[in-house]
Design a protein around this ligand. Structure first.
Ligand code: SAM
Length: 298
């Protein structure tokens, strides 16, 4: 029931997403839990204190970050086993997504403690929601900081048939974008989602070949927090073409040209008009006859 506040559950660990910029992007459910929970563990207690004060919430806070995750997790699990309710929040967005939290969740689960997700903002979902991409995507998060490791990672990612979603910090944005262009190719498109939900939010898209120039065009373009979304690599034309022709040739054996083009478009994802033109060409070039001859001979 949406109109009844949902208090924190005794003995359960609540993983609570918090805003990535705009403080109003905190859900009602997150507020219910943060108001009623016995203890809030936070990546940085001062940052979380700021969020809680904005909502008039007074709570007991304890730190849990990359440097104390194991020992703090063990303590929190003991607290949970006493029947207390605990929430975990990172500095911004969803814990466990390029943020601490996974170790605590694993420890809680191993101890048989109930873990409750309280969903909300995450930079990856926020950027994708305005990307206009329909293709499957792969979230990688931060590339390695050192140039050699970053380039190796990009070589592994280059030919995967997915859009790529990366996080990047302002002090590395220029070198990362230069490597993206060098390793993925200047034609691949990039979307910069900068300062999402904040005052200077900016969404910009261009081919990688133009990306460094865009960053250099204005000092502000390099400031703040970034999500980078790379379009999937263009399908290799030779494979694509051969497969499309094969599908079309089979269909042309059984169907009138227009219907064959229509069905081939549905099967291959290619555009109907281009397939109609290709089907016409194939008929004129005698591809169809060649194909028939090959099949008859087989
Ligand atoms: N857990 C967070 C989440 O769910 O998105 C991510 C935390 S990670 C330490 C911080 C990185 O997320 C930033 O360096 C940036 O790449 C991305 N990010 C976070 N907030 C952002 C925002 N408002 N605009 C663009 N990118 C953001």
């Amino acid at each position: 029931m949406f109109d009844i506040p949902q208090s924190a559950r005794p003995g359960a660990l609540h993983i609570v997403a918090t805003p990535i910029g705009n403080l109003r992007d905190l859900t009602l459910h997150a507020l219910d839990v943060l108001r009623t929970v016995d203890l809030i563990a936070a990546e940085d207690t001062r940052t979380t204190q700021g969020l809680l004060s904005a909502y008039g919430i007074q709570a007991r806070l304890t730190p849990l970050h990359d440097h104390n995750e194991q020992i703090a997790s063990a303590r929190l699990v003991a607290t949970l086993q006493e029947g207390k309710s605990v929430a975990y929040v990172s500095d911004a967005g969803t814990p466990g997504i390029s943020d601490p939290g996974a170790g605590l969740v694993a420890a809680a689960r191993a101890a048989g403690v109930t873990v409750v997700p309280i969903p909300g903002a995450s930079a990856v979902a926020t950027a994708l929601s305005v990307s206009g991409l329909e293709s499957p995507w792969l979230f990688y998060g931060f590339l390695p900081a050192k140039p050699a490791g970053r380039r190796r990672a990009l070589e592994d990612l280059r030919d995967l048939p997915y859009a790529l979603v990366l996080y990047e910090a302002p002090h590395r944005i220029q070198e990362t974008v230069a490597d993206l262009c060098a390793l993925l190719g200047g034609e691949r498109r990039i979307l910069f989602a900068r300062e999402l939900t904040k005052r200077f939010e900016q969404i910009h898209t261009c081919p990688l070949a133009a990306a460094s120039a865009w960053l250099e065009a204005d000092a502000n373009h390099c400031r703040g927090e970034f999500v980078l979304v790379l379009d999937p690599p263009a399908a290799r034309e030779d494979d694509d073409d051969a497969e499309t022709r094969r599908v079309l040739a089979v269909l042309l054996q059984e169907l009138p040209l227009k219907q064959a083009a229509h069905l081939a478009a549905r099967l291959t994802g290619a555009r109907k008009n281009s397939l109609y033109r290709l089907a016409l060409e194939m008929k004129q070039d005698g591809d169809q006859d060649d194909f028939d001859a090959e099949n008859n001979a087989a």
